[in-house]
Design a protein around this ligand. Sequence first.
Ligand code: FNR
Length: 366
Amino acid sequence: MITNVTEYEAIAKEKLPKMVYDYYASGAEDQWTLKENRNAFSRILFRPRILVDVSKIDLTTTVLGFKISMPIMIAPTAMQKMAHPEGESATARAASAAGTIMTLSSWSTSSVEEVASTGPGIRFFQLYVLKDRNVVTQLVKRAERAGFKAIALTVDTPMLGRREADIKNRFTLPPNLVLKNFEGLDLGKLERTDDSGLASYVARQTDRSLNWKDVKWLQTITSLPILVKGVLTAEDTKIAVQAGAAGIIVSNHGARQLDYVPATITALEEVVKAAQGRVPVFLDGGIRRGTDVFKALALGASGVFIGRPVVFSLAADGEAGVRKVLEILHDEFELTMALTGCRSVNEISRDHVVTEWDRPRIAPRL
Ligand code: FNR
């Protein structure tokens, strides 16, 4: 019996081939940021309010104008068919059943059209910009035609972070699977190399010259709103807003890119302040509890995304597993709201949490 989201990881580890589990679980290099993404939440404490009538609690919120059941969404994670034969389609159905948003990775093992055909649902498409801009343009247009509602442009991956387990395992996509969006373009297969097959793929295909001008360029090829995924500083937040971003995702790519960047929850407030309410700020990285979701909202996030819990629950139990993860987080978040005295997400305030960078509220009297 599963009682929390983290339990799925052990089940996935048992079920999956080592190469696949390691790919999902790993962070970059020393994995300091990987641990910190979790640990940093444990240093933020609550200042709960009591005797608020919480007999009715409303978890709903609006993201880019779309009403969703809760501020908990699904982050893009690549190659989900390695976890379960139904892969991204199962995730899409689970998100839709939970009334929330799924983000589909560029490197999915199901195409944008396949995911769209699972039925109604609000979906975002995550974009990696490849060297071949024709391919990028086609892909964005396909996502738009398939009914995706926003582009999450990943900006933290000019090269792939060094994930040592993938190097040791000589990670590659199992032979029965392809990067489905690129099938037919000779870009769908990962080659087996002496190190990580994905790192080599990225080195060959992704455009390391990607820069702010391309955020403008992207706006010339699509009318979809663009979320900039992978911002960690106030400086970049300001530039992103100026460049026309519709939102910011504070993300360190699940600690898989640059090691020794701060936990996203630590970087969040700086970004929120720099955004000055002009665009919504979202967060991903280390969200495993409803209390984590609450802390992110208290520090100014408009919503959060989850990555690994989705692939691990997908491996354990397919669509039902992902549904269960969303249900557990929903219920834990609702409970946190009840116990802190918040009846709607708008009532969650900065005063409901205390962080180590806050000044002591009560000066000790000596
Ligand atoms: C990712 N992430 C990711 N991000 C992205 O923009 N495109 C992608 O294809 C992937 N693929 C991917 C695969 C796997 C296995 C993981 C774990 C992560 C990063 C992802 O969107 C998100 O930023 C993190 O996963 C959030 O952290 P947690 O929830 O995994 O701690």
